[in-house]
Design a protein around this ligand. Structure first.
Ligand SMILES: [Zn+2]
Length: 441
């Protein structure tokens, strides 16, 4: 017994690290065995392409879920530098009081560049660390944010993309203390996609998704249903699925990147003008009144919610708040507006990709674990096995068992010796009464 008890802390350490290794092994991003597969068609063949590894571009929810049973996802994304000057905007929007229908705080994704934004402010990595600590997603938006935008679509080489995106992932990890495994997404500056130079660089370096591709007609009258995310196993159709318009659809990927996710930005529309307006933060849209921006959000929300429930993306820059501080209230107003819906979730882009790999309808979505990460601590499971695992994974358990093991090592032999004497010394008399018998050794 003494050996068993004294070795328990060691066994628990072994258990913990084996679990951790299995978890990390399961978090792989790209199946290396599929590398090098040549593209064999312009369009994706659903009979060859199955979730979780592959998914064709589609306006239907994944997993044959009916739209009415599909959670409506809203993505709030910010581009460019994060620093202490704009942290209060982020704290206000991602206030934990704003919750999804599963009771967990809403989420968002920050595509962080190292270079200064339009106000000359470079990223302060302690701010990225705080945002990540709040359960928000940090993703990559390049080191240099080089101007002009055509550099990314026309001049940047494969090596440039590796330097810019892998370099920024490493810098965020080192400076903000965020594991590189958590930095899985990319948005290229200006959404000026760089064709195969860009997508091969991201794919070769184990990024999980890109959030730079625009999709859908820029004209409201020609619009089609918005798309769900898809993998780039097959090249996307140019001009429809991949249509980045002003910087040229020629830079859509032509190669095959199995298992790599494209999370498209479905073009939002201005109600009155009938034309798309890419910046949901009204950059370049020339809204006359703040109310127009709120109506713009609601109009596009309805276009998605009342049709196929493809994800809606609010594409924001914190620099907009700097020039239009009232923008924070507009975004908060929209968050409060959709909070009245019990089937609308504001989550991170990576959480959307996880749902695409494991489509879950509204009846089960409350228990979908990847969407509950920001709930840690406010809802404890009553399942005994979960509670036991939580206990084993708590940092205090090793200390407790180490002390217990040390105690047994020092005093266990003496305790066992005394117990043995006590048991031997208790006997029964012939009339059934117990009596202690003194035994000398
Ligand atoms: Zn940018």
């Amino acid at each position: 017994m003494k050996n068993l008890y004294s070795s328990l802390p060691f066994l628990l350490w072994v258990y913990h690290y084996v679990s951790l290794c299995l978890f990390l092994q399961g978090a792989g991003t790209v199946n290396a065995a599929e590398l090098g597969r040549a593209p064999d068609a312009e369009t994706c063949d659903p009979s060859e392409c199955h979730i979780p590894k592959c998914h064709c571009p589609s306006s239907s929810p994944p997993g044959n879920i009916e739209p009415s049973k599909t959670p409506q996802v809203i993505l709030i994304t910010f581009d460019d530098a994060v620093h202490s000057v704009n942290i209060d905007y982020f704290r206000a929007i991602f206030n934990p009081k704003y919750k999804n229908p599963n009771g967990c705080p809403i989420g968002g994704t920050f595509f962080v560049s190292d270079a200064a934004d339009g106000f000359g402010l470079e990223t302060q990595y302690e701010v990225a660390k705080e945002l990540h600590g709040r359960g928000l997603e940090i993703a990559v938006h390049s080191l240099s944010h080089t101007y002009p935008e055509q550099w990314w679509s026309g001049n940047a080489t494969y090596k440039d993309y590796v330097k810019e995106m892998v370099g920024q992932r490493r810098k965020i990890s080192q400076r903000a203390g965020i594991p590189e495994g958590d930095l899985v997404g990319v948005r290229v500056p200006f959404m000026s996609i760089g064709g195969d130079n860009m997508y091969k660089a991201l794919y070769d370096n184990n990024f999980v998704y890109d959030k730079s591709m625009l999709t859908g007609s820029p004209h409201f009258k020609d619009r089609s249903l918005p798309l769900f995310p898809y993998t780039l196993d097959f090249p996307p159709q140019v001009g429809t699925v991949c249509d980045n318009g002003r910087v040229g659809s020629l830079n859509c990927p032509r190669g095959s990147y199995p298992g790599f996710w494209a999370v498209p930005v479905n073009r939002p529309f201005r109600k009155e003008a009938g034309e798309s307006c890419n910046g949901a933060d009204a950059l370049g849209c020339d809204f006359a009144e703040d109310e127009d921006v709120f109506e713009f959000y609601v109009h596009n929300f309805n276009l998605h919610y009342e049709n196929n429930r493809a994800p809606l993306c609010l594409l924001l820059h914190s620099s907009w708040f700097k020039s239009h501080p009232e923008g924070v209230d507009i975004v908060k107003q929209f968050i409060e507006y959709v909070a009245s819906y019990k089937d609308v979730y504001i989550i991170t882009v990576h959480e959307l990709v996880q749902w695409m790999k494991q489509p879950t309808d509204l009846s089960q979505i409350h228990n979908f674990k990847p969407w509950r990460t920001r709930c840690t601590g406010d809802e404890k499971s009553t399942d005994f096995s979960d509670l036991f695992l939580d206990f084993l994974n708590s940092p205090y358990v090793y200390f407790i068992f180490a002390i217990f093991g040390l105690f047994l090592l020092l005093f266990g032999r003496r305790c066992l010796w005394r117990c043995r004497r006590l048991l031997i010394s208790v006997g029964k008399t012939t009339d059934g009464k117990t009596e202690r018998v003194k035994i000398d050794y």
